[in-house]
Design a protein around this ligand. Structure first.
Ligand code: PLP
Length: 386
């Protein structure tokens, strides 16, 4: 039976050559490849700086830490974010001793709804930070978000973990706020296994995250380069070890060059799937097709659960070798770790709750062949009611 996985990973010659170069150099912790990737990734996204961390989650923790520190945001302050995201977004807020607060999502792209954010800001005008997420490669409405942030003196961190290479109104997702974060987890569009990055054009934020990721060490690049060891092992921030390995940076570096092709192939797969499933769009909400989106996967929403339930559809697809994943879970009302918020938010985030109960995704990655994609369409046709 065919296997249609959510993600896949294959090594090309460039990756293999880079790995050999690292082994021959006898230097495997952060070094030349991490620095080269940071330079290239900053250029690709269009920010002045990029700082690599060992995951997207650690990038988020460090970015929030830095912005909180720079702007003196107090412990316990509210951070407005989306209820429908991978848990890391909200965990990173909590780990920074801040309080996550939620505004509902839009149904068409699963990103936070700017109108709902406006209602929140009206009631909570002293909100100092918001973390919108570009989910599944779709882009959040950054113009409205930035206009609101400006009005209320609020900082913005884009969680672009799922949108490596998405474009919003001609600019790269992740270049539109104080700082942004990316994930190069193995199923994402640039695949390093485990790796993350913080991008910013703000020098102070860049310098802060560089120190946060080495346990808050005071030494800066200049002193390090000059061999001035006075500030070595002196720490004025209580940071973390979020440093990465050369291997992962080498994988990611090799893939920046192929990013255009990877994104195009994924967009093409979305187009073919949409064409094949169009006649079911009274049952399933298909993802918008656009050359601007860097599709993490192929998200679907069951519009008519009475016609077919998510459970029935996903079990039938899995039987046919097609991996499925739920479209995350509405964090404050569906995640066991956040049950203490359930009462406050239940039925107040109807779109996120609906997507959480009826949304799922399948793979759309660049390693799927034309026959694989046709097989997916055929499988849906077998399972969906006529
Ligand atoms: C929206 C979002 N934020 C953050 C992360 C965390 O990234 P990582 O898995 O690299 O820690 C992910 C991971 O997929 C994500 O989807």
């Amino acid at each position: 039976m065919r296997k249609i996985t959510v993600g896949n990973f294959r090594l090309d010659k460039t990756e293999r050559d880079y790995i050999e170069e690292i082994m021959d150099s006898n230097w495997i912790s952060e070094g030349k490849f991490v620095r080269r990737f940071e330079e290239e990734w900053a250029k690709y996204i269009g920010t002045k700086f990029s700082v690599v961390t060992n995951s997207g989650t650690s990038a988020l923790i460090a970015a929030i830490f830095a912005v909180k520190h720079k702007y003196g945001i107090k412990d316990g302050s509210k951070v407005l974010t989306t209820p429908l995201t991978y848990n890391a977004t909200v965990n990173a807020i909590v780990h920074n001793r801040l309080e996550p607060a939620f505004a509902d999502i839009r149904m068409d792209n699963y990103c936070i709804d700017a109108d709902k954010m406006a209602e929140f800001f009206e009631k909570n005008p002293d909100t100092k930070l918001t973390v919108p997420v570009h989910l599944m490669g779709f882009t959040a409405d950054m113009d409205s978000i930035n206009a609101m942030a400006k009005k209320y003196g609020c900082r913005v961190i884009e969680d672009a973990a799922e949108s490596n290479g998405s474009v919003y109104k001609g600019k790269m997702a992740g270049s539109l706020s104080d700082a942004s974060i990316f994930s190069f987890y193995v199923s994402h569009n640039i695949q390093a296994g485990e790796l993350g990055a913080i991008n910013t054009s703000d020098r102070e934020i860049m310098e802060l995250v560089k120190r946060i990721k080495v346990n808050g060490e005071m030494i800066d690049d200049e002193s390090r380069a000059e061999g001035n060891c006075e500030l070595r092992f002196k720490h004025d921030l209580i940071g973390y070890n979020f440093k990465a390995m050369e291997f992962q940076a080498a994988f990611a570096l090799a893939q920046i060059k192929k990013a255009g092709l990877i994104l195009k192939k994924r967009q093409e797969n979305v187009r073919v799937l949409n064409d094949g499933l169009r006649k079911y769009d009274h049952i399933l909400q298909l993802p918008e097709h656009s050359g601007n989106y860097s599709y993490l996967a192929y998200p679907l929403l069951i519009k008519k659960p009475q016609a077919i339930s998510r459970k029935k559809l996903t079990v039938e697809l899995e039987k046919r070798g097609i991996q499925t994943r739920p479209l995350f879970h509405c964090i404050p009302t569906r995640q066991p770790a956040y049950m203490h918020m359930k009462k406050q938010y239940e039925r107040k985030l109807p779109n996120a709750e609906y997507a959480s109960d009826n949304g799922f995704y399948i793979g759309v990655h660049q390693f799927l062949s034309g026959e694989d994609v046709d097989y997916v369409v055929k499988s849906f046709r077998e399972v969906l009611p006529k």
